[in-house]
Write a protein that binds this ligand. Structure first.
Ligand code: SAM
Ligand code: SF4
Length: 319
């Protein structure tokens, strides 16, 4: 069902239709990507995280109130021992789209399961096609594991996208390798601008690569054919003349706050209005009858203009 046809769509006072939920299953991660995880980090004790049934109940109520797309994230969501239970529960909800964002390390043996569920939109992070660089960025020696999982997920019919955070001097010379990868394997690759979040607040300038710079570089060699996207899409997409499918998420240089359609639920039950602000209200233990008012309050907290930076690291916010 299109949002416009819904009885009570969640529309804020700036005309933004709120219908997507980003779900942080955990803050824990087995990788240490330097731009996400600060040197000193501390994960929450698992006893503080919502249980599978709590996630499902909260999401069920939010779906009844207008959420129709859920993306599971983290930390690393595949570290949840009860991931299958959560995915099964979310798959039973009347959502139009269910997806997961993962570092891919524990993905391979979950592909058959995911194929049987609604959770078929798999975004996998792969910040370099070069093993050594991958290790340098993620502090994990698992390039082959992740790469194989990406190809297997595609082969088994899941809708796979590869996410790459563009990092000057570390992987920005790999754009054409990614385009070749995309053309060869028919997998969409999305280049994310590095955001001023957590450990990147201070070393942002040296590493940041604006999407337009990558686009210009690509256009020197290839034609980019724009593809249409929904107006609340965070990415703008192209086909390349060599057969690649690529997208850019230009959160820094071309923020999309005007069309933002997203709320976030933290691993401890906090409903959060914006990636860049910790404003929100906890839903944990709240009566479902309170949800409509809480939802209205949190939606009213959504900033209109882009907040410049946030010191809280991404693994804690839920990417
Ligand atoms: N662990 C999973 C993963 O890496 O895909 C899911 C959580 S991670 C926080 C979600 C996404 O956020 C990843 O694609 C990651 O590269 C991205 N990310 C983390 N910190 C970022 C930053 N400062 N700027 C842009 N993207 C960032
Ligand atoms: Fe972990 Fe994802 Fe953050 Fe990397 S980006 S440290 S994989 S949560």
């Amino acid at each position: 069902m299109q949002q416009a046809e819904k009885k009570n769509p969640l529309i804020d006072e700036h005309g933004r239709l709120i219908h997507k939920l980003r779900l942080q299953l955990t803050d824990t991660c087995n990788f240490r990507c330097f731009y996400c995880m600060p040197r000193q980090f501390k994960f929450l004790p698992s006893s503080q995280l919502l249980k599978a049934n709590e996630f499902i109940e909260i999401c069920s109520a939010l779906v009844g109130l207008g959420i129709d797309e859920i993306r599971i994230s983290g930390g690393e969501p595949t570290l949840r021992a009860d991931l299958k239970e959560i995915v099964r529960g979310l798959s039973n909800l009347p959502v139009e789209r269910l997806g997961i964002t993962t570092n891919g390390y524990f993905l391979a043996d979950k592909i058959a399961f995911l194929s049987q569920t609604k959770c078929r939109n798999i975004n996998i992070s792969l910040d370099s096609l070069n093993k050594k660089r991958f290790r340098m960025i993620t502090k994990s020696d698992s390039f082959d594991t992740v790469y194989r999982a990406i190809l297997k997920a595609k082969e088994k019919g899941l809708r796979v996208k590869v996410n790459v955070v563009a990092l000057r001097g570390l992987n920005d010379d790999e754009v054409f390798d990614y385009i070749d990868f995309s053309a060869k394997h028919k997998i969409e690759v999305r280049f994310l601008e590095l955001m001023k979040i957590g450990p990147c607040c201070c070393k942002h300038n040296g590493l940041f690569v604006p999407a337009q710079e990558l686009i210009q570089r690509i256009e020197e060699r290839e034609e980019l054919i724009p593809q249409s996207v929904n107006n609340d899409s965070t990415a703008f997409n192209f086909k390349t003349s060599s057969g690649g499918k690529i997208g850019f998420i230009a959160s820094e240089s071309q923020p999309f706050c005007n069309f933002c359609s997203r709320l976030r639920l933290s691993a401890t039950g906090g409903l959060r209005a914006c990636l860049m602000s910790d404003a929100g209200i906890s839903l944990r233990g709240r009566n479902k009858s309170e949800y409509p008012a809480i939802l209205r309050s949190v939606i009213a907290m959504k900033p209109v203009e882009r907040i410049e930076y946030i010191r809280q690291p991404m693994y804690q916010i839920g990417g």
